[in-house]
Write a protein that binds this ligand. Structure first.
Ligand code: TXA
Ligand code: MG
Length: 334
């Protein structure tokens, strides 16, 4: 399928402006978008996903010029991070500006903001903020728009990295799906809370703690009890339908032999000769490429006729944090 045309983008922006839902590609995963200033539209996102209403959603904005419209304080660290990594796979949590609807903050005093880099997301945001009929203005009289978008999957399920994944999971419930091909990063954005002084890493992603430290001048703290509600609170996020077991490399041979019911395997090593009925996917040894392939591979294994998905745990080394985080959450359900 070809990239969306400018007419497709214009239609998508009009759908958003009139309160509809548009699924669109970002460099991380596909988002399920609605006008962030329209609580009824945002409520439709929650209904389509089957997601609890009190969860905050990320507001997607064209660029860092929008930071001060959605946030009442933009600490130097947040500005430095946005300058370094926007547009890109980084979400900043900041104290919300007045007028930011509870629908996107989950009633909290903070708002999550991200400027995505994907050209289709950028084109959609540009067309959306340029549409007539915007209703948000900040205290300086500037337009104050954005697209609220969680990942475009049913609540608790694997995030979509292709338009086909979105169609399979939510096809009947969105007004339009923009197809931008497979997402380059493949796992959700890094989330950094800058609303409480020192930066706190709420969700690891392609941009690592070391990347944040280099720009912020301090290593981000790990999330604690005071942290705003984030996906980490829900252990079994990003889960396939089938139970999934994460196996340490040292236990692999024994677990594989014992798991007679496992018909699906995600491993770094190749399949030994023998059982042709096993569905075996060999993952890349590079963490970025592993992340790119992760959800598409889990979707493929989940669609096959298996009882259990066995996953070989990736290494502990630097760069693997985000992949390990998503795998341990996906396995937590079992
Ligand atoms: O890569 C991504 O971040 C993708 C794409 C579409 O941008 N979006 C995404 O959205 O993963 P979602 O809703 O599936 O996960 C975002 C997480 C939520 O679980 C929520 O807890 C957290 O971000 N979040 C959003 N706003 C927040 C806030 N104000 N305070 C704390 N956490 C927030
Ligand atoms: Mg999600």
């Amino acid at each position: 399928m070809g990239a969306p045309s400018s007419a497709d983008i214009a239609r998508a922006a009009r759908i958003l402006r009139s309160g509809g839902l548009v699924a669109f590609p970002t460099e991380t995963v596909y988002g399920l978008g609605a006008d962030a200033r329209n609580p009824a539209a945002v409520a439709r996102i929650f209904a389509a996903k089957g997601r609890p209403q009190d969860h905050p959603v990320i507001v997607h904005v064209p660029d860092l010029g929008y930071l001060a419209r959605w946030a009442r304080e933009v600490p130097d660290t947040a500005l430095a991070l946005a300058r370094a990594f926007w547009p890109g796979p980084l979400t900043l949590i900041l104290k919300r500006a007045s007028g930011v609807p509870d629908a996107v903050t989950g009633g909290q005093d903070t708002v999550g903001l991200r400027a995505p880099a994907h050209p289709v997301a950028q084109a959609l945001l540009a067309a959306f903020v340029g549409e007539e009929g915007g209703h948000g203005f900040d205290s300086a009289g500037r337009r104050f728009d954005g697209v609220a978008a969680p990942s475009a999957n049913k609540f608790g399920r694997i995030s979509p990295t292709t338009a086909e994944h979105v169609r399979a999971d939510l096809g009947g419930e969105v007004d339009m799906i923009l197809d931008g091909g497979a997402c380059e990063v493949g796992i959700e954005s890094t989330i950094v809370d800058c609303s409480r002084g020192e930066p706190v890493l709420l969700r690891p992603g392609r941009i690592t703690a070391a990347d944040i430290a280099r720009v912020a001048g301090v290593a981000p703290r790990a999330a604690d009890r005071e942290a705003p509600r984030a996906p980490g609170v829900l252990e079994s996020h990003y889960a396939p339908r089938h139970p999934m077991r994460l196996i340490a490399a040292g236990d692999w041979e024994r677990s594989l032999a014992a798991a007679a019911r496992a018909r699906a395997v995600l491993a770094l090593r190749a399949q030994p000769p023998g059982d042709a009925s096993l569905r075996w996917i060999v993952m890349p040894a590079d963490p970025a490429r592993y992340g790119h392939d992760l959800y598409a591979s889990l979707h493929a294994l989940d669609d096959c006729d298996c009882k259990v998905i066995l996953v070989e745990a990736p290494p502990e080394g630097p760069g693997w944090e985000a992949v390990r985080d998503r795998l341990s959450r996906a396995a937590a359900k079992d």
